[in-house]
Design a protein around this ligand. Structure first.
Ligand SMILES: NC(=O)C1=CN([C@@H]2O[C@H](COP(=O)(O)OP(=O)(O)OC[C@H]3O[C@@H](n4cnc5c(N)ncnc54)[C@H](O)[C@@H]3O)[C@@H](O)[C@H]2O)[C@@H](O)CC1
Ligand SMILES: Nc1ncnc2c1ncn2[C@@H]1O[C@H](COP(=O)(O)OP(=O)(O)O)[C@@H](O)[C@H]1O
Ligand SMILES: [K+]
Length: 497
């Protein structure tokens, strides 16, 4: 058992895959072994979370998630704790494993209380696991769910917070808000994206000793990603070794967006950063740093579209940050180059309404050129001709669909950012926090990706590394220091992290 998050790259399995792994394990092990292991793991974690707690409320549903809770109860009771067990009313018999757990609990002297305790030190949520359907507000489950987390005590969710969709991280307003979740057998993607991070709290993982042996041939639906460590720079190098980032954007009133992307590219290791602003009145003197080069937009476009004399892989174009409507007219030319491209913001909006530009993106890939799109959910919805709510209701599927449709790398931003790339398992990064929900942080991410592409990283790796740096920097930001996009732009990744 260990905490899952930013330190380990781990496969994520959806419910169908988890059921198959569970079936194989159940076939291979003596009856009830898995649930006994699950119960012990839950009890151990509950005690680790609150070593001095005395009263544990274990809320059990009528499925196997409840069975895990009953097994946990037997251990906590044996360790001298006061255990209050409740069981949701049910009309159908319990599944066989849960029924065995119930009989085991009774044989250990445990009885079921008619109602939740008036007070408790720790609550354990065993109401619903991967068998959950969305809980409607009028559901008979609702009062129990509110009572679980309404006491402001630690809440340990077994496998999945009750009501959360384990595949997508979506839920209704009635869903347990846990402080900790112990994912059993497999790690579920819904714990890390959409609304999952708000409901799961700190996620722990226990494979019950079986996953690796029984997952053979079963593909994960995503990978909880940790980037490859960055290699230190060679001594025998020069500024050309680290590539040029060309930033094209910054229409009138939005020049800040281009400066943010450029600054982030500079701090993230680009050899040179050259900016072409679409605002005709902007002057080179307006650059926030003397390190940034500024060219008239026409000159920069000529430079961007002329790859003679320079290896195209040593350059990257970041396009669209504050680009306004003017960016659309430039995109066709830029898409014809073989230079790696990061398309953000207004470039994405232009792409969404033009099938010609979309064809050009696909064509680039056929020619071996790299394109990275960095939509937030609203931009992804425009590109997929759907609604933002539909994107958020299944972020993994939408990121995959967009990457397949446009045959390029897609970074779907937001809580639990996804990096999808045709032929790769989507990467899910459980980093970042709501302090990033401020204007300009997306421009910073575009620049961070651009610097890595200019440094010749493959697009999937460049995106994962940049999202990880962007998110972990925000996660480590001192609580008493305001996080702004410009401060975030001026952060450099460690060579070995
Ligand atoms: N069988 C085993 O030995 C093991 C089972 N495990 C546990 O088993 C869980 C899955 O068990 P189940 O498949 O029984 O599923 P659940 O325990 O999630 O419960 C499914 C039951 O709840 C009902 N239900 C679903 N949504 C509802 C809603 N919105 N309102 C009211 N009732 C609702 C269903 O009709 C069904 O009766 C896992 O999440 C995990 O906790 C794991 O511990 C591994 C071992
Ligand atoms: N609640 C959140 N949790 C984690 N990351 C977030 C959250 N809100 C925003 N972010 C991150 O902040 C960035 C915002 O990007 P974007 O919406 O494009 O902003 P802008 O267009 O203003 O630059 C993205 O990288 C996104 O993943
Ligand atoms: K649960």
């Amino acid at each position: 058992m260990f905490p899952a998050g930013v330190h380990h790259s781990l496969p994520l399995y959806d419910v169908a895959a988890t059921r198959e792994i569970e079936r194989r394990a159940l076939d291979a092990l003596p009856p009830h072994t898995l649930m006994r292991r699950a119960g012990l793991a839950v009890a151990r974690l509950a005690l680790a979370i609150a070593p001095h707690a005395q009263t544990f409320w274990i809320a059990c549903g009528a499925g196997n998630n409840g069975g895990d809770g009953m097994e946990a109860a037997t251990h906590l009771r044996a360790w001298g704790k006061d255990v209050v067990l409740t069981l949701l009313p049910h009309t159908r018999p319990l599944p066989a494993d849960a029924q065995a757990a119930l009989e085991h609990a009774r044989s250990c002297g445990l009885a079921f209380a008619a109602a939740p305790p008036a007070d408790f030190d720790v609550a354990i949520d065993g109401l619903l696991g991967i068998g959950a359907r969305a809980i409607e507000p009028e559901s008979a489950l609702a009062p129990c769910i509110y009572a679980l987390y309404g006491g402001h005590r630690p809440v340990l969710a077994i496998d999945v917070p009750s009501g959360l969709d384990a595949n997508t991280g979506s839920c209704t307003a009635v869903c347990v808000r846990a402080t900790h979740t112990l994912s059993l057998l497999t790690l579920k993607p819904g714990l890390f994206t959409g609304q999952g991070r708000d409901h799961a709290g700190q996620v722990w993982f226990d494979d019950l000793g079986v996953q690796a042996a029984h997952a053979e041939g079963i593909s994960p639906c995503a990978q909880l990603a940790v980037p490859m460590p960055q290699s230190p720079r060679q001594h025998a190098s020069h500024k050309g070794s680290f590539g040029d980032v060309l930033v094209i954007g910054g229409a009138a009133g939005m020049t800040g967006a281009a400066w943010l992307a450029a600054t982030a590219a500079l701090y993230n290791g680009a050899g040179r950063v050259i900016v072409g602003l679409l605002d005709p009145h902007a002057t080179p003197a307006s650059a926030p740093l003397p390190d940034l080069m500024v060219r008239p937009i026409d000159a920069l476009m000529d430079m961007a579209t002329d790859t003679a004399g320079q290896s195209a892989t040593q350059r990257c174009i970041v396009c669209g940050c504050g680009g306004g409507e003017a960016i659309a007219a430039l995109l066709e030319r830029l898409l014809c180059t073989s230079t790696p491209l990061v398309l953000d913001a207004d470039a994405l909006r232009a792409l969404a309404v033009s099938s010609t530009l979309q064809d050009a993106v696909r064509h680039r890939t056929q020619c071996g050129a790299h394109t990275v799109l960095t939509p937030h959910p609203r931009e992804a919805a425009l590109l997929l001709a759907t609604t933002t709510a539909a994107v958020q209701s299944d972020r993994i599927a939408c990121a995959n669909a967009l990457a397949q449709r446009l045959r390029c790398t897609v970074v779907l931003k937001g809580s639990g950012t996804l990096v999808a790339h045709p032929g790769h398992t989507p990467a899910l990064l459980a980093v970042g926090n709501p302090r990033l929900a401020i204007a300009g942080t997306g421009d910073v991410l575009a620049g961070m990706i651009g610097a890595r592409l200019a440094g010749s990283l493959a697009p999937y790796d460049a995106a994962i590394q940049a999202v990880h740096h962007h998110g972990t920097t925000a996660d480590r930001w001192p609580a008493d220091r305001p996080l702004t996009a410009s401060a975030l732009a001026c952060t450099a990744p460690c060579a070995t992290s």
